[in-house]
Design a protein around this ligand. Structure first.
Ligand SMILES: Nc1ncnc2c1ncn2[C@@H]1O[C@H](COP(=O)(O)OP(=O)(O)OP(=O)(O)O)[C@@H](O)[C@H]1O
Ligand SMILES: [Mg+2]
Length: 607
């Protein structure tokens, strides 16, 4: 890592402190006083020995004792204020930082989340912010208190006796050299410790979410081996860091001992020559301790600060990621939309290779369009562009004639409903999940939509009905149940445009009937794009588009497509084949006579 990078991180951190300038200045003042206190207390000790004890001046001795006690009591109060104040400032910074980080994350595009490992992102918000938190809450105090104490002690030493001060300074060069060596090494070591922690977090996150697959394929050992590697790497780097500590801190202590011996030796001679008092010597010895202890603590802190700088640098990687999808300046706040949807020659690539090639689609208000086609053809991608999860590389998506890039995202999404291919449910009750888009909805409204799409029927199976607790991601529910709940969620949001990415999974017949009925209810009176994998769903569309390799290869209404020899007929035969097998019903392609959506009444536009 380049040397200046941790510093860039620290500069950013400084910006978070900027809001607390007054408080920090006041605390700095408290810090100066609290550092001066023990030093001045030692000057009182000198006075007590030289004038109180040696001159047998009881009054002076008594006064010195009282002053000494008062100074120390004051120091106590000051230290408490300082520690509490700095910790509170530090935690405010951490609070603001975490908030910014999370806020920024929620605004990043789906592209970011599909490219970045979840564990990596989690590590930024957890272990990296923790590293900063440590430094800010404890480190800030250590830094302020020790720097000031060090300076005060050196000054105090010179005030006491400049000759002893000079003697003590003799060991300064080796101390600085040793500190420099330690700082360099420990910086690198701390960076490696951070990296190993972060890679462990990433692995844990991935394993937890993929545990079913890991166990199903007997990969526990392989994952454990992989984890062990990271765990051992962490052990190695940590032990190395401790080894550095074990050299440095006793080293500093030894240098301190040398300084002490030098001061005692020189001081002893001066005492013999009568140019030094015993009180000065005793106080100097104590003051020397006030020089070396902070020196040790500061060096220790240096590693922590470096590691926090490195953490901040990583956090910055997230904070500096551009929000790809954002409102243009002066974006239009869409009023209630009619629902005219136009995808105008849209070309789009996730990476370099386009997955959509000049796609042209028009759905009139209230119309229902179905996208069918082989896996990987680009159906879900088209849906994501309509939801403006991505912007097209070429062409435009227009709603009521407005390019999506020129409208306010929130106002648009409020009128948009999405049922994703893999519907995600959050930890909470079924009712909470339905209420997701519309948190103020009353229990009755929730119960109504639940009834309308048949969620109440599946909920009846649970003891607590709609209050049944769903686990994160919808674990504990079947794919069909998840889909139904997500349909209810979309229905409650009452969108003008609806995107439904149907799950491919085979759904049992009763659930399928439920879903079909739910769709009837959901699609009524709205513009909809449905991505269908079952004929029953496809049939309800006014217009069907067959998408292959990112291109529309055939379009038209159901009956017309079926009558033409083309890709749709092949697909229908396949779809029907699987459905027929599932249903064990008649081989006729146009399945059944299930009641269907009124959306078909809307004429399909000529294209
Ligand atoms: N986040 C992504 N990053 C990169 N490529 C992607 C991403 N999502 C999809 N793709 C690629 O884009 C192409 C179209 O994918 P898309 O999900 O739109 O297919 P689909 O038609 O919905 O398929 P299915 O019927 O299996 O759901 C595929 O080749 C896929 O590999
Ligand atoms: Mg898909």
């Amino acid at each position: 890592m380049p040397r200046r990078s941790p510093r860039t991180g620290l500069t950013r951190l400084g910006r978070y402190l900027a809001g607390h300038r007054v408080r920090v200045s006041l605390l700095a003042l408290v810090g100066v006083c609290s550092a001066a206190a023990p030093v001045s207390a030692l000057l009182v000790v000198q006075d007590a020995i030289d004038h109180g004890m040696r001159d047998h001046n009881r009054g002076r001795l008594g006064r010195d004792v009282v002053v000494y006690l008062c100074i120390n009591a004051l120091a106590w109060v000051l230290q408490t204020t300082l520690v509490r104040g700095l910790a509170s400032v530090g935690q405010n910074v951490v609070l603001g930082l975490r908030e910014d980080l999370f806020d920024h994350l929620t605004q990043l595009s789906l592209r970011y989340f599909s490219q970045q490992k979840a564990g990596w992102i989690i590590a930024r918000l957890t272990s990296d912010v923790d590293a900063l938190s440590d430094v800010l809450s404890q480190g800030l105090t250590t830094l302020v208190v020790n720097t000031l104490t060090l300076c005060a002690a050196v000054v105090g030493l010179f005030v006491l006796d400049w000759r002893l001060g000079l003697v003590a300074l003799v060991i300064l060069p080796p101390t600085l050299i040793l500190s420099r060596w330690f700082q360099k090494r420990s910086h690198a070591a701390f960076l490696r410790v951070r990296e190993t922690i972060s890679s462990m977090t990433a692995q844990i996150a991935e394993s937890v979410s993929g545990m079913a697959v890991i166990q199903a394929f007997n990969r526990e050992r392989a994952f454990l081996a992989e984890f062990d590697k990271a765990n051992w790497a962490n052990r190695r780097t940590n032990t190395h860091a401790q080894w550095l500590n074990s050299l440095f801190f006793p080293g500093i202590e030894f240098l301190g001992a040398i300084a002490m011996v030098s001061v005692l030796w020189v001081g002893g001679h001066m005492l013999g020559a009568g140019t030094l008092t015993i009180g000065t010597l005793v106080s100097a010895v104590f003051l020397l301790n006030l020089v070396f202890q902070p020196l040790q603590e500061l060096s220790d802190l240096y590693g922590q600060v470096q590691s926090a700088g490195a953490a901040m640098e990583k956090i910055s990687l997230v904070l500096d990621t551009e929000r790809e999808i954002r409102d243009a300046p002066g974006a239009l706040r869409l009023p209630r939309i009619e629902g005219d949807l136009q995808i105008d020659k849209v070309t789009f690539a996730y990476g370099r290779e386009p997955v959509l090639h000049a796609i042209d689609i028009h759905v009139p208000p209230g119309g229902c369009l179905a996208l069918v086609g082989e896996s990987g053809g680009g159906k879900s991608t088209t849906a994501k562009l309509v939801g403006r999860f991505y912007d097209p590389d070429d062409g435009a998506v227009l709603v009521d004639g407005h390019d999506l890039r020129t409208v306010e995202l929130r106002a648009y999404r409020r009128q948009l409903g999405v049922v994703l291919q893999d519907p995600f449910l959050f930890a909470g009750t079924i009712a909470d999940n339905i209420r997701f888009a519309h948190p103020d909805a009353s229990d009755e409204q929730v119960a109504d939509v639940a009834h309308a799409v048949g969620v109440d029927r599946i909920a009846r199976r649970f003891e607590r009905g709609l209050a049944h607790e769903v686990r994160e991601g919808g674990a504990g529910l079947s794919a069909g149940e998840r889909q139904l709940i997500s349909i209810a969620r979309a229905l409650l949001a009452d969108p003008r445009i609806l995107i439904l990415d149907e799950a491919t999974s085979n759904i049992d017949r009763p659930t399928e009937i439920l879903i079909e009925q739910a769709l009837d209810r959901l699609l009524r009176g709205r513009t909809s794009i449905i991505i269908a994998h079952r004929l029953a769903t496809v049939r309800r569309a006014d217009q069907i588009l067959v998408v292959e390799h990112g291109r529309v290869v055939q379009r038209g209404p159901f009956a017309e497509l079926l009558a033409t020899d083309g890709p749709f007929r092949e697909l229908a035969a396949q779809l029907h084949g699987s459905e027929a097998a599932a249903l064990q019903s008649t081989p006729e392609p146009a399945v059944g006579s299930r009641p269907r959506s009124s959306a078909r009444a809307v004429s399909s536009e000529p294209e």
